[in-house]
Design a protein around this ligand. Structure first.
Ligand SMILES: [Zn+2]
Length: 190
């Protein structure tokens, strides 16, 4: 892993460790910090995650204003808007790390597992996208959420020339994470 990415990942995991142990600092969540960033931002990482109200990157990584560039949609399915947002983070904000973060009890994964292979009436694009890796053998939707992070990583690189080139040039790294609701821990998936 490139050094800047490793450094950013260590900072995220240290913050998560503080969160898990009830030692969050919240020092960067005041108006003074916001004011200090009023003319620009240089976040340490881009987090691509679900809109789920229980998944709040700044809280689980003990971060505040200006530290994380967060890209969210239900299921964190990789569509065009998500792609362009990640491109912005890498190309313009120069984040060395992109984390694709999934989580326990994801509604989109649950719906996909329950409906497969029926054509969904709601959340069509999101659920169809998850169908790409589902089959009748799929038992656990949390397992599905973990596996799906690999698809997301591949899609980021396959569908964006900008990201592919930057990745090839070792400008940034992509890691896959999984948030466990019981512990608050973010596990890094290999
Ligand atoms: Zn979710």
């Amino acid at each position: 892993m490139i050094e800047q990415a490793k450094k950013a990942l260590d900072i995220l995991l240290e913050g998560n460790n503080r969160f898990v142990n009830g030692e969050s600092t919240v020092t960067n969540r005041c108006v003074e910090t916001l004011k200090s960033h009023k003319n620009g931002q240089s976040p340490i990482a881009c987090i691509v995650t679900c809109s789920d109200s229980r998944v709040i990157p700044e809280l689980i990584f003990d971060k505040g204003f200006g530290e994380l560039f967060v890209v969210r949609c239900a299921g964190a399915v990789i569509g065009e808007n998500i792609l362009e947002s990640v491109e912005y983070a890498v190309e313009h904000l120069h984040v060395p790390l992109v984390m694709v973060l999934s989580h326990d009890d994801c509604g989109v994964m649950k719906a996909a597992k329950e409906m497969y292979p029926k054509e969904p009436e709601h959340l069509k694009l999101l659920i169809r996208s998850v169908y790409e890796i589902i089959d009748s053998e799929t038992e656990c939707y949390n397992e599905l959420a973990r596996d799906y992070t690999l698809t997301k990583k591949r899609k980021l690189l396959k569908r964006s020339e900008i990201l592919r080139q930057a990745y090839h040039d070792k400008k940034f790294e992509i890691v896959r994470g999984y948030l466990c609701f019981d512990s608050g821990e973010v596990k890094i998936l290999n």
